[in-house]
Design a protein around this ligand. Structure first.
Ligand SMILES: [Mg+2]
Length: 222
């Protein structure tokens, strides 16, 4: 007899918000600022990554020396540009708003679990609504970001629930790997790039009409 679903752990960029498109503008402009156009291969490797990892991938792709001072300058530049982009209205992913409300109405515990840093996440929470989340965990608040399990382990601990009783909802290979490594069932709704099937993953095309009964079934199946 397994315990019931206790919590839903939401990824942010590409899952709840269509914000990967804003990140896309930021990282492509950063690449040009650093000296060259970004290849699609580099762009795809960035999806779901935290900024320190993203910068390493961008520098490597451009063949640049990742000296601490150049990396720090690039990080400041990217943070400033993405903050500008995220200060306007951010579009939702299809069905996300209703799915958040349905989970909330069912009385499940909820967390926002993102590789994005706290300052930018707070701008996104203005769009999302803070009342939908009991806790939030950001990329700069854990030792290792996704794909390491740390963000999801931290969220489950803050909620006081076992990861095995949680469903994580993700759009990227990086984020899905993090949630599965933490022991969560993973509902995968790919956004920008395909996600290869893995144990514990259940796939859907969108969040439209997602019910709590669907989430219970996903947890039982994992
Ligand atoms: Mg994502």
């Amino acid at each position: 007899m397994t315990a019931r679903l206790a919590a839903v752990l939401w990824d942010m960029d590409g899952t709840l918000l269509d914000s990967e498109k804003l990140w896309d503008i930021g990282v492509r402009e950063l690449s040009v600022h650093l000296g060259g156009e970004m290849t699609d291969e580099t762009r795809h490797a960035l999806i779901g990554s935290a900024i320190p990892t993203s910068l390493q991938i961008i520098f490597q792709g451009l063949g640049l020396d990742p000296s601490p001072s150049r990396m720090a300058e690039a990080e400041t530049w990217l943070n400033r540009r993405v903050t500008e982009l995220m200060s306007g209205p951010i579009p939702w992913r299809p069905g996300a708003r209703d799915a958040l409300a349905a989970v909330r109405a069912a009385g499940l515990r909820t967390a926002l679990v993102t590789n994005t840093q706290r300052t930018i996440t707070e701008l996104c929470l203005d769009t999302l609504g803070r009342a939908y989340f009991d806790v939030s965990v950001c990329g700069d608040e854990v030792a290792h970001g996704k794909p390491a399990p740390d963000p999801y382990l931290s969220a489950a601990e803050l909620l006081g629930v076992a990861p095995e009783r949680c469903v994580a909802i993700e759009d990227s290979p990086t984020g899905s790997a993090s949630a599965a490594a933490a022991g969560c069932a993973v509902l995968v709704i790919p956004c920008e790039i395909p996600v290869p099937a893995q144990p514990r993953y259940t796939f859907r095309d969108s969040l439209i009409d997602l019910s709590v009964a669907d989430l219970e079934a996903i947890r039982r199946a994992a």
